[in-house]
Design a protein around this ligand. Structure first.
Ligand code: SAH
Ligand code: SF4
Length: 350
């Protein structure tokens, strides 16, 4: 490979099909199904080289080799938590690193992926924010995280969910996110169900609206974290541009598939967001929406700026919601001991 080669995993099957149509010699007729075969080799058989693609003619393989390469990622290090979750630091081609987390559950497993190196949203409680935005990830860099983690796991673990809750604001990298989703869900490729993919946003309204209109209907999660503009703006600068009223309106207009709902993530921070008044405010705010709430007790960061709620208060908060028939799992934070929990992902910023 030389630097003029293109990373084939940045290409959707549709793009690749066009490429074949434009590049096949006229004598070979319509060969657009080649794109289907290549996808199968890349994402089902996880081929590492074009030589392996045996049902594709030698000429075509040569042509692919002259133009493309197949990327793979290196794991720089990994941290294993007592609860079984594993945080991987993955090295990108340009020397930057990102993090992906494997989260085992009783009956299923989840992979949490990053969409950017760093993040530019500046949330006050979040470790990734301290890095600032380094750059957007390419589609290949997003999807490779899934394959890198799968390959690294010793036993053959099945993944039920992919969540975009690692580093970065996925909607700040919208086009690459959508291409990555297209590739992951492609029936000729990895064929992962869009119903088991969740994209979490800090609340970029125009992109929430656009996401609702997409053909690929992945699940939407919104990081709420505060029930008044005052508190939410303090925690999340994005609230200045898109305040709670606008955010909730956009959520109420969001087209949901049947039996689906929006997930709101709500961080419980001691004496700031964890009172029963807040719980009441939450119910009032979300009234009329189809939703569930993921309660995330704040994971303390090194600076000690905010505190985790007491376990009793977290339970009280949850009980208040449950008593009002609201689905509100209290996410016992995974990977606390390895700083691999949500919002603790940062490289070199600890
Ligand atoms: N940028 C996207 C997705 C990644 S952040 C977003 O903000 O939605 C994933 C989740 O981790 C968000 O819901 C965020 O509110 C939460 N989070 C960030 N820092 C945290 C911390 N220190 N403790 C607990 N949750 C945190
Ligand atoms: Fe970025 Fe999400 Fe962290 Fe906010 S919470 S800084 S949007 S990663």
């Amino acid at each position: 490979m030389n630097s003029s080669h293109l990373n084939i995993k940045n290409w959707t099957r549709h793009n690749l099909r066009e490429w074949f149509q434009n590049n096949q010699k006229s004598s070979s007729g319509n060969q657009s199904y080649r794109a289907d075969q290549v996808f199968n080799w890349l994402y089902q058989k996880r081929a590492q080289s074009f030589d392996q693609m045996l049902n594709i003619g030698r000429e075509t393989r040569k042509m692919l080799e002259e133009n493309f390469y197949i990327s793979s990622q290196k794991i720089a290090d990994s941290l294993h938590s007592q609860d079984g979750s594993i945080k991987y630091r993955i090295l990108l081609e340009d020397g930057n690193s990102i993090e992906s987390v494997f989260l085992p559950h009783k009956n299923h497993n989840t992979i949490c992926v990053s969409s950017q190196a760093g993040c530019g949203m500046g949330c006050d409680f979040c470790m990734t924010a301290r890095m600032g935005l380094i750059r957007n990830l390419k589609p290949a860099e997003i999807i490779d995280q899934v394959f890198t983690v799968l390959q690294e796991l010793k036993e053959n673990k099945k993944i039920r969910n992919i969540v975009f809750m690692g580093m970065g604001e996925p909607f700040h990298n919208y086009n690459n996110l959508m291409q990555a989703l297209e590739i992951l869900t492609d029936e000729h490729g990895f064929n992962f169900s869009h119903r088991r993919i969740t994209v979490s946003t800090s609340g970029l309204l125009p992109k929430i609206r656009r996401f609702g209109q997409e053909k690929i209907k992945a699940n939407l999660a919104v990081s709420l974290n505060g029930v008044s503009d005052e508190v939410r703006t303090k925690l999340m600068p994005v609230n200045k541009a898109y305040n709670l009223e606008k955010l909730i309106k956009a959520c109420s207009e969001y087209p949901l598939e049947s039996r689906k709902r929006i997930t709101f993530e709500y961080i419980l921070i001691r004496d700031l967001t964890d009172s029963l008044q807040d719980a009441k405010g939450l119910i009032r705010l979300l009234h009329g929406l189809k939703f569930k709430i993921n309660l995330i007790p704040y994971n303390s960061t090194a600076d000690g700026k905010y505190q985790a709620p007491s376990p009793q208060q977290a339970r009280r908060f949850q009980k208040y919601l449950l008593d009002h028939q609201i689905v509100a799992p209290l996410r016992i934070s995974k990977g606390q001991d390895i700083q691999g929990a949500c919002g603790q992902l940062a490289v070199g910023a600890e």
